[in-house]
Write a protein that binds this ligand. Sequence first.
Ligand SMILES: NC(=O)c1ccc[n+]([C@@H]2O[C@H](COP(=O)([O-])OP(=O)(O)OC[C@H]3O[C@@H](n4cnc5c(N)ncnc54)[C@H](O)[C@@H]3O)[C@@H](O)[C@H]2O)c1
Length: 315
Amino acid sequence: MASPAFPVAIIGSGNIGTDLMLKILRSDGPLSMAAMIGIDPASEGLARAKQLGVPTSSDGVDGLLALPGFDQIRLVFDATSAEAHLRHWEALRHNGVRVLDLTPAAVGPFCVPVVNLEDHIDSPNLNMVTCGGQATVPIVAAVNQVAPVSYAEIVSSISSRSAGPGTRANIDEFTETTATALQVVGGAQRGKAVIVLNPADPPILMRNTVYCLVEGDCDQVAIEASIAAMIERVQRYVPGYRLKQPVQFETFGPDNPLSIPETGKFIGTRITSLLQVTGAADYLPAYAGNLDIMTSAALATAKSIAAQTMAKAGV
Ligand SMILES: NC(=O)c1ccc[n+]([C@@H]2O[C@H](COP(=O)([O-])OP(=O)(O)OC[C@H]3O[C@@H](n4cnc5c(N)ncnc54)[C@H](O)[C@@H]3O)[C@@H](O)[C@H]2O)c1
């Protein structure tokens, strides 16, 4: 194995892992693909990796540890499932590699790069939340910068075809991890997340609805500007991320309170943002923006980790 600037490996040769590999190979460094690891020798992702000259193993994390040159790998992305990640972390945690977790296992602190990249950049295990979290937490954070969000609720719709078995096994983890990130990273006092796998054919683009409740009156112009600025920041790594409609504001007064199940009556403003994410079609076609929003966030985070690590080492 060559000794490039910042060699990385991916565990999980499915939808997310393959899209991420293609983005790394097409990017301008400093990351370089040192290994693609799976458990299914017949997987399309491992075949693509071999064709592209990337070392592979179908022996899972043990195969990664046994690869010649493993000691040169600086960072491992995990794109398998939340359950498998727990085992991978146990196997990797004492090997000195950084781990970026693209499953919703939530072992390490959450990272949504446009909101809190710097907060945990030194953490040995960073969790990239979920595709829905990467798409919606920035909007909640943008609203929360202007007015405290008492409740955030999001609905992410993705095409069934873009959700591999790993994603389908992690629906509960998706809802729990995304809801927690709406609070911990987005700043909402309470959060709720829903995912819809849509089997429509032709497949639908990734869509996200973000509801934020703000008590009392709020500065609508400032909230719109904050959301617009946040969208521009996300677009730097996912150009197809955009508002589908202008932000909507609805006010609820004492005469027409909003009734929320398990919470009661709300008086204030409901801010609704409708987002669409068109993918770069590196692996699956452009409808699968849910792959891009996750893999581009992970790539941006890994590049920052690499830059910081190399700067500290004087490279
Ligand atoms: N598809 C999405 O839109 C999306 C977006 C963000 C996050 N995620 C998360 O990413 C993960 C993967 O999702 P996916 O849609 O790519 O699923 P997938 O089923 O297409 O890919 C998972 C891959 O991991 C491999 N794998 C499973 N256990 C393994 C192990 N122990 N060692 C090595 N390889 C192993 C499988 O063989 C498969 O190739 C899930 O946790 C999901 O929640 C998915």
